[in-house]
Structure formats: structure tokens, C-alpha cells
Design a protein around this ligand. Structure first.
Ligand SMILES: Cc1ncc(COP(=O)(O)O)c(C=O)c1O
Length: 402
């Protein structure tokens, strides 16, 4: 019998969406291959090289023969260094048994969701949200419940909204702070107000994604796990991709109650085992070297944020918050819906991002994938020259829409 994709693939994979950020980057690359000068602002990754001392540690790992399987939750010295990092940066007490190292924070999140969510459980996701949250919840057969933060409130969900959204079926609340895609950051007071709501619902676990911790232009980073009254229910996700410019190395981690960490280890043991031995050595060196290089990169992002905000003020119809972290800006572009150019009608953010890709040759990601269909995400993790040129072209293309 002839099998086709339609009849052999599982319901799970059929229901899954392709990552929109990756899809847009792919389209941009296709146009670039045809010779167009595409400026890609769709990537969620630093444009900086991994710092040299980290690369050197990886070379040493190879030369020293650190090439065998590693323990599933990470090699002991790395888990200890991560626990030390939590003490140093976040004043949180964890021991290595609370830490599980994974192949990127994406796997850390997937492990945690798979370990906590039963079919039919509701997972409240602060929206706009990172593209993969919803799809990972669907894979676990949970029910994603997006909770919309409003632009007027810096895209932040309020404690009152959260209180109303929690039901007896709610199992997990998840969010990122600093946030991809909005760049908004919960300060300690705001997190405390949210924690107080969660305190009243002991069946609810919290996945706090802090991967952009070091890219924070405001005050001190605040961690949900710092509130003792809910700490045992918080799974803190972090990693090396963003702060240390190590996206390709694929190292992320969680800190969680021992029972949850052990469950995540069990899940990982049947899927990928321990993270790449060489990448773990590089990550270990990154932590031992402190976070100075990360803070230098943060300063560059802050400068670029100011540059982009400044230029965007001169673009009619773009409404934005002032991002205080990460390296994204997420303007509301609904002003352009209903306008057209040469019969090409813009009726959504997706239409607008496709128009800007083909007319301005700038790749962006439309907000549908982030739960905000009126917005478009710009990544400003690229050079000043490219940002200036991209925004010049965008302004010109938008001016053609009537
Ligand atoms: C909010 C958020 N969480 C997690 C990740 C995944 O990071 P990693 O590269 O470590 O898998 C990303 C990457 O874009 C992200 O933006």
C-alpha cells in the first residue's frame, strides 16, 4: 500500500505549526539566494561571536578527550557552577540536584511541560509569548490559554487578569521576562503581585523563562523563584544562547524542586540523554568567566534599542512600548490594515510582513505567531548600519500604502 504524508503522520505532528520565526528566516534566505539584498531582522539571536575564552574551553575539551557520554542532567561541575550562578546573580539557594542541563532552553521548557501537563490541563501563557510555548503545550495535549497583556500596559499581564483566568484545570502558568517578543520586563514588585495570586492556587506550577536575564536595560533582574512561598512550584528556565551569544552550542537549564528536576532528567534520558560534552565544557567556562562579556553585549543592545525607537518615532502608524530588555521591538501596525499598494491589500500583520519582505527586502516576523496579530516583531540584534538601512526601506515601502 502506498503511504502518503496525509495518512501516515500522527495527529500530534499534524496539529503542530512550523516555527514562524524559522519559516520567515527561510523565506528571507530563499530571496537572498535569488540575489536580493535582504536585511534579516527576523532572527532571535545575537549577532555577536561567542566570546573567545568560551571557544577556547571547547577546543580544550576536544583535545582533553572530553568526548564521551555525559550524565543525563549535566556533568557535576557544570551543575554546581549553575547553582553558584543562581546564588551570585539571583540570591537563590539551589544544589546540583535541582539543576538539569538540556540541549537548549527550548528542550528545558519541553521537558518541564511534558513532566507537568496531563491531557486537558490548562496552561496559562502570558501573551504576547514566545512562539514555541503554545506548540509545546499542544504536544503535551494540554490546552494553551493565552492571557493578553495590553500595549498600554507595556504588554504585561496584570494580577487581576491572572486571578480571573485561573480555573481548577489550570496546571501551569508560563511567561518570559525579559520577554520575547515585547522586550518588557517584570520588576520585583510586579512579580510579587503575580506570585501572591499564585500563592492562593497550590495546584499551579510556574515556568519562569529567564533566558534574557542579562539583557535587561532597567533595574535588577527579578526571579519568580525568589518568593519563598512559591519557590517549590517554580521551574526557572535559563541558558547560554542569548546572554553569552551561544545559540548554536545548544545549552540551557532549569532549576526546580528535586522531584521535578528528577522527572525532567527521566524525560531527557529517553529522548536526547546528556547535552553535547564539548558544549557543556564551553558553558562551564562561560559561567566561571562571570557575566562581563554578557553585560558588554547588553550595552550594545541598549544603544541599538534607542536608535530603533528614535527612527520608529518618525514612521507613521507604528505604536510601540519602550522595551526594557531582550533585543526585540514589537510595534502595533494595525494602522496599515485595509491599505494597499498596486492592488496588494494588507489585511493582517502577516500580509504586511510579506509586503515588507518583497518590497523593502526586510525580513520580520508577524505577530500572529506570538499571539498578537496586530503586531510585527523586529529583532535589533544586528549592526547599526543594517538597522538604519532596514528602517529607511520600511518607511519608504509603507509610504506607498494608501
Ligand atoms: C523566550 C525564549 N525562551 C527560550 C528560547 C530558547 O533558547 P535556546 O536557544 O536555549 O533553546 C528562546 C529562543 O529564542 C526564547 O526567545
Amino acid at each position: 500500500m502506498q503511504h502518503t504524508a496525509l495518512n501516515i503522520l500522527s495527529d500530534k505532528i499534524t496539529a503542530l505549526s512550523e516555527s514562524q520565526t524559522i519559516a520567515m528566516a527561510k523565506k528571507g534566505r530563499e530571496l537572498a539566494a535569488q540575489g536580493f539584498d535582504i536585511i534579516n531582522l527576523s532572527f532571535g539571536e545575537p549577532d555577536f561571536q561567542t566570546p573567545q575564552y568560551i571557544k577556547d574551553a571547547a577546543k580544550d575539551a576536544i583535545d582533553d578527550g572530553f568526548t564521551f557520554y555525559t550524565p543525563v542532567p549535566g556533568f557535576p561541575a557544570l551543575r554546581q557552577a549553575i547553582a553558584d550562578k543562581f546564588k551570585r546573580d539571583n540570591n537563590l539557594d539551589y544544589s546540583p540536584e535541582n539543576i538539569v542541563v538540556s540541549t537548549g532552553a527550548k528542550q528545558s521548557i519541553a521537558n518541564a511541560v511534558m513532566c507537568l501537563v496531563n491531557p486537558g490541563d490548562e496552561v496559562i501563557i502570558f501573551s504576547p509569548y514566545w512562539v514555541s510555548y503554545e506548540e509545546i503545550v499542544k504536544l503535551a495535549e494540554g490546552i494553551p490559554v493565552p492571557l493578553q497583556g495590553r500595549l498600554e500596559n507595556d504588554f504585561k499581564v496584570t494580577p487581576e487578569q491572572l486571578e480571573k483566568a485561573i480555573t481548577s484545570n489550570t496546571k501551569v502558568v508560563m511567561y518570559s521576562s525579559p520577554c520575547n517578543p515585547t522586550g518588557s520586563v517584570f520588576d520585583e514588585e510586579e512579580l510579587l503581585a503575580i506570585a501572591k495570586v499564585l500563592e492562593k492556587h497550590p495546584q499551579v506550577y510556574i515556568i519562569a523563562d529567564e533566558i534574557y536575564e542579562y539583557i535587561n536595560f532597567g533595574g535588577k533582574h527579578a526571579s519568580m523563584a525568589s518568593f519563598d512561598f512559591i519557590k517549590d512550584r517554580v521551574i526557572t528556565v535559563n541558558g547560554f544562547s542569548k546572554g553569552y551569544a551561544m545559540t548554536g552550542w545548544r545549552v540551557g537549564y532549569i532549576a526546580a524542586h528535586k522531584d521535578i528536576a528528577t522527572a525532567c532528567e527521566k524525560m531527557q534520558s529517553q529522548i536526547t540523554s546528556g547535552t553535547c560534552s564539548i558544549a557543556q565544557k564551553a558553558a562551564h567556562a562561560a559561567l566561571l568567566g562571570g557575566n562581563e562579556s554578557a553585560l558588554e553585549m547588553r550595552d550594545a543592545y541598549r544603544r541599538r534599542r534607542d536608535l530603533v525607537l528614535d527612527i520608529m518615532q518618525g514612521i507613521p502608524g507604528f505604536k510601540t512600548n519602550v522595551p526594557t530588555g531582550a533585543f526585540y521591538i514589537f510595534p502595533d501596525v494595525s494602522y496599515y490594515f485595509g491599505k494597499s499598494c498596486n492592488g496588494n491589500i494588507i489585511s493582517s500583520a502577516l500580509d504586511l510582513s510579506l509586503y515588507l519582505l518583497t518590497d523593502a527586502h526586510v525580513a520580520l516576523v508577524s505577530g500572529e505567531a506570538f499571539g498578537a496579530p496586530q503586531c510585527i516583531r523586529f529583532s535589533y540584534a544586528t549592526s547599526d548600519d543594517k538597522l538604519i538601512e532596514a528602517l529607511r526601506r520600511i518607511k519608504e515601502s509603507l509610504a506607498k500604502l494608501q
